[in-house]
Design a protein around this ligand. Sequence first.
Ligand code: ADP
Length: 418
Amino acid sequence: MPARPTKLDAVRLARMVEVGRILNSTTDPDALLTFIIKEAAAMTNTEAASILLLDPNTRQLFIKASSNDVPPEMKSTPVPLDSSIAGAILKSNQPLYIPNVAADPRWNQEVDEAIEFQTREILGVPMRNVDKEPIGVLEAINKLEGSFSRQDAETLAVLADLAGVAVEKARLFNELQQANTELNELDQIKSDFISIASHELRTPLSVILGYVSFLREEAGPEMADQLDSVLDAAMHLRNLIQDMLNFRYVATGESVLNLEMVDLAQLIREMNVDQDETAVAKRQTITINLPPFRLPVEADRDMMQVVMDNLISNAIKFTPQNGRIDISITRHGLECWLTVSDTGIGIPEDKLDRIFRRFYQVEHALDRQYEGMGLGLSIARELVELHDGRIWAENLDGQGCCFTIALPLHRKVTGLPG
Ligand code: ADP
């Protein structure tokens, strides 16, 4: 006989909509199961209800929730799929009504005996996931008045369908959360490693740098080239280690800001960027356009220096010999904008956003021409965002690219009340 379409009366339908809403917003598996059995017993007017779920790994059926107090050891004992009522419902993926369980050879009375309960009749339906595969069984036990009606069967079936999807969703949600926790732990291990390694590397490197500089001054011209190479390599290492050290700002995710009034123009002047050794060696022209008035922002001076240092050293690094680097500071409404543009190699349009991710570099790791760890911009972005600012990159029409940071101006400048 073809199944008749489900017909719920208006009251049950309204209740079912409410149940669906609650099921959808619950991700705690225990709370979900308790709620389902409570609703199943109430909506079918029965003495008790229980849920058995299939373990996705072992494919064994376990009692997961019951309105009766099932002892824990019974919950951890699998219910045989081949010789139990719940197993039959799960395997057939069809509802089953057993009016007299005592006469059914599949009935196992151990649970009843343990909890001093008497099961007389069972109306059971499969719980299915979104693909309509059975993942468990919902049972309503002992009708309180009269006998089970077609409405009860239909109510239980709809409830089981809603519950099946909700249980599966909660399971996936928890798996995702678990995976997320594991990823965070891995990320923490990586961050700790970077911070320990950078601290450990710094001390021997300072010794090397100190002695090589001394030797370079003392040695005759015959050793100058060799010592210059050692000095270059040591400086290169120092830059890499500095990037690793700056990672501390973001690794913990809870950097403490030492806020003060900072005039970015003043900071740029103090950084003496036009005397940068690499830029001088590459014969690059660095121009700085600063406003004639102060544009103070409330910021952590050291962090701002890290951000600016990173943008400027990137511009120098990715711009060839004789190239140009322009730094300017301007006011845009209630913000102070700092731009660093260069005439360098530019950035592919589809990578303009990605370069701000940790360890991302446009160049492939194996045939890289430029030094670096791919950390600077991710640190810069985190620090700028800590200051409620924004940072972005654009390609320039002719050649090269432009990085901008936008920071909120202090209220003294904007005229906003304090
Ligand atoms: P690193 O410079 O150590 O590789 P960053 O996080 O500072 O790491 O930069 C990430 C990547 O963004 C760089 O490897 C490079 O591919 C690209 N990039 C950054 N600045 C520039 C620039 N001024 N011109 C061209 N590419 C750039």
